[in-house]
Write a protein that binds this ligand. Structure first.
Ligand code: CAA
Length: 417
């Protein structure tokens, strides 16, 4: 029997300030329902320059290792997925290695492909272990990002930030991955990008949604083909996608997961035996089933709605969120995951929730991390967002967290609370 590989433990970190999304809407003269119902947002993380991709990654990883009592000597690979790295050359992974005093014997690197970098890292780690190359060692995979768009632009309510750290091993107590079932769909498109020297991303918003939806359809069909061949799912009374207990999607804003789910359902309805008999209206209605969305997707969005977009970390915040809500009920059940990185690359994969997931999620202390945040006014949001990058305000890091405290001779200096 092949060894199981997947996520043994995870932890997350978010900036210590957040803005209520209705405050942003009112300040911008927008009907709040557009942001709450139209985009599915509640709150948005507001990082200051001290909370960069390195600081959030190191904080999440330190929590993971400390709370799960991980012996650093077990770690043979450290990979960071990010699209908001801090240097054209030096890896975020190297910073994290130094801050956490991790072993020299590790392979360390960053993976970049917009929001897909975290999944690229997770798959590199999984396949490294599954191939036997890891020789019994484990991997530390971190997805970390800050989502930032132009002030007053359409993307402004979809900002945010955060990091998720995952321990990948042959003891997947949280999620055992179905190695080799992955379906991928990549295209050369300009839907979202951030040229060198820009802090704010550029995005062709509605086109980016179309690219995401094309990508999820292609990747899901690829996964389904392999899952059918391995008899993980079957055509029958329930469609293949309905045989997944939950499906987690990359969440640039929560409503996107609903659109993605409708597209996945549409793939099954179009390709299945009954598809040809449905009128276009019936096909549309069945794709957008509120019942299916409520059962298979909605519970994964609780954390994302309170943090906003965190690019590479968004899918993994959805994983933390769904397991926080219902790990016990999901133990032993298969879930699907879809990762999307603009530019673009999408990957649909799956795994089985472990019996230890509830215990591991309790260690991630989701409620405690959220409760430690401070709600800021619109004035404070404007003040923080106007701070120049690389000039962090003088603040002592909270216990157990890291902050950038300055840049000396082009070298970034961090402090631990
Ligand atoms: N009450 C309720 N709903 C309302 C409303 C109201 N008063 N007013 C508008 N709405 C609804 C609209 O009907 C719409 O819903 P549907 O999409 O279901 O039709 C929704 O609110 C949004 O309205 P608009 O489309 O008019 O919003 P917009 O054009 O101002 O901006 C956006 C939306 C394009 C997503 C923009 O926020 C944006 O550019 N965001 C950044 C890009 C992005 O997140 N792209 C996602 C795919 S790319 C990706 O996933 C990678 C990544 O992480 C960036």
């Amino acid at each position: 029997m092949k060894p199981q590989v997947g996520i043994e433990a995870l932890a997350f970190a978010v900036p210590h300030r957040y803005l209520d999304i209705e405050d942003l809407a009112r300040a911008r003269g927008v009907e709040p329902a557009k942001y709450t119902a139209g985009l599915g947002a509640k709150e948005m993380a507001v990082p200051d320059p001290g909370e960069d991709a390195v600081a959030l990654a190191a904080t999440a990883a330190a929590r993971l290792l400390r709370r799960n009592d991980v012996d650093p000597a077990r770690i043979g690979m450290l990979v960071v997925g990010t699209e908001t790295g801090v240097d054209h050359s030096k890896a975020v992974a190297s910073h994290v290695q130094g801050l956490l005093k991790l072993p020299r014997s590790m392979r360390t690197f960053d993976a970049q492909h917009a929001c897909f970098g975290g999944t690229a890292g997770l798959m590199a780690a999984t396949e490294w272990i599954a191939s036997g190359a890891g020789a019994g060692r484990v991997a530390l995979v971190i997805a970390t990002d800050l989502a930032r768009y132009e002030r007053l632009g359409a993307g402004e309510p979809t900002q945010g930030g955060g990091a998720v750290a995952m321990l990948v091993s042959e003891r997947p107590e949280v999620l055992s991955l179905d190695v080799g079932l992955n379906g991928t769909c990549s295209m050369d498109v300009y839907d979202f990008w951030r040229p060198h020297g820009r802090r704010e991303a550029l995005v062709d918003g509605h086109y980016s949604i179309d690219c995401y939806l094309d990508s999820v359809a292609g990747a899901y069909r690829g996964w389904r083909e392999r899952a059918l061949a391995r008899e993980v799912v079957r055509w029958g009374e329930r469609t293949p996608s309905e045989q997944l207990a939950r499906i987690l999607y990359h969440v640039p804003f929560c409503k996107m997961a609903k659109k993605a789910h409708a597209r996945v359902r549409r793939c099954d309805l179009e390709d299945g035996a009954g598809g040809a008999t449905l009128s276009p209206e019936a096909l549309d209605g069945a794709s957008r089933s509120e019942t299916s969305y409520g059962t298979q997707v909605a519970t994964s969005l609780g954390l994302n709605a309170r943090v906003g977009n965190a690019y590479t970390a968004s899918l993994y915040l959805a994983l933390v969120g769904v397991l926080h809500a219902e790990a016990r009920a999901l133990a032993g059940q298969r879930v699907g995951l879809f990762s999307y990185g603009s530019g673009c690359c999408g990957e649909f994969f799956s795994g089985v929730v472990g019996e230890g997931a509830a215990r591991k999620l309790a260690l991630a202390d989701v409620d405690g991390v959220l409760a430690a945040r401070e709600r800021v006014s619109m004035e404070e949001y404007e003040r923080v967002m106007a701070m120049p990058p690389g000039e962090p305000p003088q603040a002592t890091p909270a216990p157990g967290t890291f902050r950038l405290v300055g840049i000396r001779d082009y070298r970034r200096v961090y402090a631990e609370g």
